[in-house]
Design a protein around this ligand. Structure first.
Ligand code: ZN
Ligand code: ZN
Length: 222
């Protein structure tokens, strides 16, 4: 179990961003908080609920949203427990919502606690979050309901959570059910590479990166 926590230093001191590596394969789970308005969003509660809850309690703000970037087992393992403990709604794109209910992944032969979406996300949705908004980008290709989430403030976009759409120098695999390589590359080009090049990107696995670096160096997209 790898759950070593990283706190990122962001330019905007009102924002707090923590990453935990949770679950069997150490998937990135992000806690993002608006310190001024004391609101917290959890992106991909991947597993290891006790560890996740301890981190949430240390931040000390109520959970406003539980957001799944997509429906794969390694991103949703603590959905049910977090939903029950926090009362926060589970949000996922409509095309991946049914995956939450399955309780198992046949390809990986793993089980997880089934959960249900409380709200379905669509491209362009803007979720109020303290002084910010969480903007939904539908980026299909890894799964059909994959989304990226842009945290946007009055001064512009601050960062993007990329799920398994874009990684540092890589992209999400497209050999699983619902995967489509051309569609994934199109999603990255049209939805992510059109964002401010200075934006930091926080993916579902591995270290963070920047839009500019991926445009320049990502071997799948050159
Ligand atoms: Zn995935
Ligand atoms: Zn993943």
């Amino acid at each position: 179990m790898r759950n070593n926590m990283v706190e990122y230093k962001l330019k905007n001191a009102n924002l707090q961003l923590l990453r935990l590596e949770l679950g069997e394969i150490g998937t990135n789970c992000y806690l993002v908080a608006d310190r001024t308005n004391k609101e917290l969003a959890v992106i991909d509660p991947a597993g290891d609920f006790p560890v996740l809850w301890e981190a949430i309690e240390a931040v000390g703000y109520p959970v406003k949203y539980i957001i799944n970037t997509h429906g794969h087992w390694d991103h949703i393992g603590a959905n049910k427990e977090l939903h029950e403990k926090s009362g926060a709604p589970i949000l996922i794109h409509e095309k991946d919502a049914d995956m939450l209910k399955l309780g198992a992944d046949r390809t990986f032969r793993v089980r997880f606690a089934p959960s249900e979406a409380d709200r379905l996300l669509a491209d362009g949705d803007e979720l109020p979050f303290g002084a910010y908004k969480l903007r939904v980008l539908h980026t299909p290709g890894h799964t059909q309901g994959g989304v990226c989430i842009v945290l946007a403030g009055a001064a512009g976009d601050e960062l993007v959570f990329a799920g398994d759409t874009l990684f540092q120098l890589s992209i999400g695999r497209t050999d699983l059910p619902g995967g489509d390589t051309d569609q994934l590359l199109e999603s990255v080009r049209t939805k992510l590479f059109t964002l401010d090049e200075k934006l930091p990107v926080f993916p579902g696995h591995g270290p963070h990166t920047f839009i500019a670096d991926e445009k320049q160096y990502n071997p799948f997209l050159r």
